[in-house]
Design a protein. Structure first.
Length: 400
C-alpha cells in the first residue's frame, strides 16, 4: 500500500478503481481501463458500471468527463487552477508525482476531508474507513462469506441475484441468504405511499443502513419519490431509481436534468449528495421505443411476474432487449417470482445478467446458476419443488 497527500477540493471519502486520463497533444484519451471494459462488454455480457476514481494531471480535464458505462465516485489530480470548480464527488488536487504512483486499475481509497490517497489499500485500512467514514461505509463493502459470493456460471459469467423486498423481515432474510442487491417498490410496507417527504427520507436512510454496502433499486412512478431524499441517501448507498419505460426518451432526460439541477441547489445549501442512477422498467411484450438506446439509464429491468415458461414470442422479445442492452453496455435484469430451473436457464441463455427474486429463494437460485453454463445448459439434477405459492409481493405502481 502506498499513501499520497494533496489538498482537499471537495470533502468525502470514496473507494474505486483508478482510471488514468492522459492528454497527449492536448487531446484527452479514454482511460485504458475503460477501453478494456468496453471491449469485454461488446464481446461478452454487459457489465455493471464500475465505480471509478479519475486520475489526471489537470483537474479540469477530469471534471468535465462523463462515461455512461462508469460511475465516477472521486477525482484526484496533480494540478488545478485557483478557480477550479468543485463538483459533487470527493476530489483531491496538487498531488505530487500522482501519475508516477498510480496505474490504471489500481484500487484507490481517497479521503477528501484530509487530502489523503491510499493506493491498493490493505484490508485494515479499508475496514477503518468503513467504520469511521459515514459516507463510504454504506457505499461498498467486501463480503467474504460463502453465501455472499457472486453466482458465476460454469463458463465464468456472473449473474446478479437480487432480492425483492417488501418488509424488514424480507430484508433481513435476503441479507442472511447473501443477496447481491435489493429491489424495493414504492408502496411496499417499507416505503408506503402516504408519508411525508421527511418520513420518506428517514425510511430511505434506514434502508441504506440495513443494506450495509449492497446496491438498492427503488421502483415506482416519477412522482412516487422525493428526489432530494434520493440524492442525499445516494451518499450512503449505491442507489438506482427504476422508472416505467412509458416515460420515453424525453421523460427520462427531463428527470435526469431535474436531478442535476436539484443536486446543484442542494450542494449550494451545503448538503452532501451523490448521483442517482436511472433504470427503465419494461413488461415482457411491450412495444420497444426506437429511442431506447438513447435513454440515460444504467440497466433495463423486464417484468416476468406472470411468466412460468417462456414462449417463442417472449424469447424473441427478450433477445431483442438483450441486444439493445449489449449496445448500451448495460445489464439486463429479470423480475422472476417463479424462478424454476427452466426459467433461470432460459433467461441466462437469452442474455439476462440479473435475477430479481424473493428473499427466501436467493441461495437456491445461486446454486442453480453455478451449475449452469452461459448457453443455459444445466449440468446437474435440480430438485424443483414445483411450488407455485410464491405470488408476486408487489406490482410496479403507476404514477403516484
Amino acid at each position: 500500500m502506498k499513501s499520497l497527500k494533496g489538498i482537499s477540493l471537495y470533502p468525502g471519502a470514496a473507494f474505486g478503481s483508478a482510471s488514468v486520463i492522459r492528454v497527449p497533444n492536448g487531446i484527452p484519451l479514454l482511460p485504458a481501463r475503460m477501453i478494456e471494459m468496453l471491449a469485454k462488454s461488446c464481446s461478452d455480457s454487459p457489465l455493471e458500471p464500475m465505480d471509478v476514481i479519475l486520475v489526471a494531471k489537470d483537474y479540469e480535464y477530469a471534471s468535465v468527463m462523463t462515461f455512461p458505462w462508469a460511475h465516477v465516485v472521486g477525482i484526484v489530480a496533480e494540478h488545478a487552477s485557483i478557480e477550479a470548480p468543485s463538483g459533487n464527488v470527493p476530489a483531491i488536487i496538487n498531488v505530487p508525482d500522482l501519475l508516477v504512483n498510480i496505474e490504471d486499475g489500481d484500487l484507490l481509497l481517497i479521503d477528501g476531508d484530509h487530502g489523503a490517497i491510499f493506493v491498493n489499500p490493505d484490508g485494515m485500512t479499508i475496514a477503518a474507513y468503513q467504520s469511521e467514514k459515514e459516507r463510504i461505509s454504506p457505499k461498498r463493502r467486501f463480503y467474504l462469506d460463502y453465501q455472499d459470493q457472486p453466482a458465476v456460471t460454469i463458463d465464468g459469467r456472473e449473474i446478479r441475484v437480487i432480492a425483492r423486498i417488501n418488509t424488514i423481515d424480507d430484508f433481513e432474510e435476503a441479507q442472511r441468504n447473501g443477496a447481491d442487491a435489493f429491489y424495493i417498490s414504492a408502496g411496499a410496507d417499507l416505503l408506503p405511499f402516504e408519508i411525508t417527504d421527511r418520513e420518506q427520507l428517514s425510511k430511505l436512510i434506514y434502508l441504506a443502513e440495513v443494506a450495509d454496502g449492497k446496491p438498492i433499486t427503488v421502483m415506482g412512478g416519477r412522482d412516487a419519490f422525493d428526489y432530494a431524499a434520493l440524492l442525499k441517501v445516494a451518499t450512503r448507498a449505491e442507489l438506482t431509481l427504476c422508472l416505467p419505460g412509458k416515460y420515453r426518451l424525453e421523460g427520462f432526460h427531463d428527470i435526469q436534468q431535474y436531478m442535476r439541477e436539484l443536486s446543484g441547489e442542494l450542494i449550494s445549501d451545503n448538503y452532501f449528495v451523490s448521483d442517482v442512477r436511472l433504470a427503465a422498467y419494461l413488461r415482457i411484450g411491450d412495444i420497444l421505443d426506437n429511442d431506447l438506446t438513447g435513454y440515460p439509464i444504467s440497466r433495463i429491468v423486464i417484468d416476468g411476474s406472470d411468466t412460468r415458461e417462456f414462449g417463442d414470442g417472449e424469447k424473441e422479445w427478450i433477445r431483442q432487449v438483450s441486444s439493445i442492452c449489449r449496445s448500451m453496455l448495460t445489464p439486463l435484469e429479470l423480475v422472476a417470482p417463479f424462478p424454476t430451473a427452466s426459467i433461470i436457464t432460459q433467461a441466462i441463455s437469452l442474455g439476462v445478467s440479473g435475477m430479481i427474486i424473493s428473499s427466501e429463494q436467493v441461495q437456491s437460485v445461486k446454486t442453480l446458476i453455478r451449475e449452469t453454463d452461459e448457453g443455459g445448459n444445466f449440468n446437474v439434477s435440480y430438485n424443483d419443488s414445483g411450488d407455485e405459492s410464491h405470488d408476486p409481493k408487489y406490482v410496479l405502481p403507476e404514477d403516484k
